[in-house]
Design a protein around this ligand. Structure first.
Ligand SMILES: [Cu+2]
Length: 523
């Protein structure tokens, strides 16, 4: 049923399953929900349990990263060239786990099509937010809404003060709620914060925040429409133009590409809109003062907003499935469905760029043959590599239905080359030291035109709960952001940046801006 005639798994939009469910064919969505219920209930040491698989991404930390903030104790790769492929195999593993549940052998992982019309107008599919759902005639707690930690997660990283620990029985939460419960003081604060919202208010605020992030645009005619940055919809669209895998794959490489002197428009990495969705679901407000829906809720700290526990919230996998779909669309568009290269030595190709993650030594070059730990390929008995998951259909055996931003036919070769090339000045914001920043944050840029300040773009960084006191982070986790200026007067005094982070980090962020250590220049 979820496989096509040739036995290839077909991953559909979650809303396709909802439509079937609402029109008398409930089985595909019901089976998906039963599969999720199944992996959530498996013992924590079962390799197919959500606790085990969700835990590969971040907490519970292992190796040096369990206590040493110089390492990342999770296996996930971010801010480096393994980001798209590590997560590609990760999704494949959870899909197999879902299919291990009795009666769910045909289930495939659906994607949350984040840029189709209904998402843009309503936010998350209802099947991810409804409190209770009917499965085979019984009302049950919706398995896709959250996960209750079966055992405690203990944050033992130096300087974290256990704030990010989660006692057994804690539920994952999303915006506007807070899941910081690691200390009695943090728990008391979160309980008070969370009691402000009923469940339906919470869902409405969440969807309002998500649609704000999705639809954010620049309303400044001085910037050509095609050069305007903006929210998730704009950024997913623009990332499809990234010219090669290295810069498409991650923010570190894209930033280094953007730094090369040229009048080319800003290149957007796939990781960038991906970060935005994490922050919108996890607890960051839409950037920008002129957004009509701007409703700051300080203290929101959902799991999706930091890498530590993001992958325990089921929505993580529906989001990443869409990210993987966008990766495949980019591959089709650029004729990279069977091969692509990693530029040797380019920034973003070293294990230090993102962590290093669990199982990776410091200063190790990342290549098409780097192991994607801890995912074993049963055919070879060794860890999967990027080279083994380039073609989703021939190597992993799945395809996507045609969703938003996808086309049946993509222009190639001459047709593509004949397109008009755009040129622009860019604003570069650099020397933002993530070692001084507590958790994830959003940098927003504004330009003053005719006496009025306008949003011209933002840059989201998905991080870990705490990178303070991390020597390696100080050396390597410098963040940069770039913004297209087109016809805006490039006098630096016309621009202002703002960095919004966690409540606890805000004084440090304000200080960083005030002491002028952040570099701004026009290139
Ligand atoms: Cu992610």
């Amino acid at each position: 049923m979820e496989n096509n005639e040739s036995g290839i798994r077909v991953r559909r939009s979650l809303r396709e399953l909802e439509d079937l469910y609402d029109s008398g064919t409930p089985a595909p969505l019901e089976n998906l929900m039963l599969a999720w219920k199944g992996i959530k209930e498996l013992p924590v040491n079962d390799p197919n349990s959500l606790f085990t698989i969700g835990g590969y991404h971040g907490e519970p930390f292992r190796d040096q990263g369990a206590t040493d903030g110089n390492y990342w104790g999770g296996y996930c790769n971010h801010n480096n060239v393994l980001f798209p492929t590590w997560h590609r195999v990760y999704l494949y593993k959870i899909e197999n786990a879902l299919r291990s549940i009795k009666g769910c052998e045909e289930v495939t992982l659906p994607y949350w099509d984040e840029t189709e019309h209904e998402s843009l107008s309503k936010g998350m599919p209802w099947s991810l937010t409804r409190e209770q759902v009917s499965i085979r005639g019984h009302m049950v707690d919706n398995p896709l809404r959250s996960y209750k930690f079966q055992i405690a997660i203990n944050d033992n990283v130096n300087n974290d003060n256990s704030t990010y620990s989660k006692p057994a029985g804690t539920d994952t939460v999303r915006y506007p709620y807070s899941g910081l419960v690691g200390t009695p003081a943090a728990k008391a604060k979160s309980d008070k914060h969370n009691s402000q919202f009923s469940a339906s208010q919470g869902t409405n605020l969440l969807n309002g925040n998500i649609t704000g992030w999705l639809n954010k645009t620049v309303s400044l005619p001085d910037i050509d429409k095609r050069l305007q940055l903006g929210g998730v919809h704009v950024l997913y669209t623009l990332c499809l133009d990234a010219p090669n895998y290295t810069v498409f794959s991650n923010q570190k490489s894209a930033a280094s590409w953007n730094m090369i002197p040229s009048k080319d428009p800003v290149v957007v990495a796939l990781e960038t809109p991906h970060n935005d969705i994490h922050l919108s679901v996890g607890g960051f407000n839409i950037p920008g003062p002129n957004n009509p829906d701007f409703s700051p809720i300080p203290g929101a700290n959902g799991d999706m907003g930091e890498n530590d526990t993001a992958a325990f919230d089921p929505v993580f996998f529906f989001h990443h499935c869409n990210v993987d779909r966008m990766f495949w669309i980019w591959q089709k568009k650029h004729d990279f469905t069977n091969h692509f290269q990693i530029i040797p030595g380019f920034p973003g190709t070293n294990s230090d760029d993102g962590g290093p993650s669990a199982g990776y030594p410091k200063n190790e070059p990342l290549t098409l043959d780097s192991p994607l730990k801890p995912f074993l390929n049963s055919a070879t008995g060794t860890f999967y590599t990027t080279r083994e998951c380039i073609n989703i259909e021939t190597q992993l055996g799945y395809v996507y239905t045609v969703g938003s931003l996808d086309l049946i036919h993509w222009m190639h070769g001459e047709e593509l080359a004949a397109q008009e090339k755009l040129t622009t000045n860019k604003l570069r914001v650099a020397n933002i030291n993530r070692g001084n920043i507590f958790g994830s944050f959003v940098l927003t840029a504004y330009a003053t035109v005719d006496g009025k300040e306008h949003y011209i773009g933002h840059h989201s960084v998905l991080s870990r709960w705490n990178v303070l006191g991390c020597e390696n982070c100080r050396a390597h986790l410098k963040t940069e952001a770039y913004f297209n200026l087109d016809k805006i007067n490039p006098d630096l005094s016309n621009f202002r940046i703002e960095i919004i982070g966690r409540e606890e980090a805000q004084p440090l962020l304000n200080a960083a801006i005030a002491d002028n250590s952040i570099v701004m220049e026009i290139i």
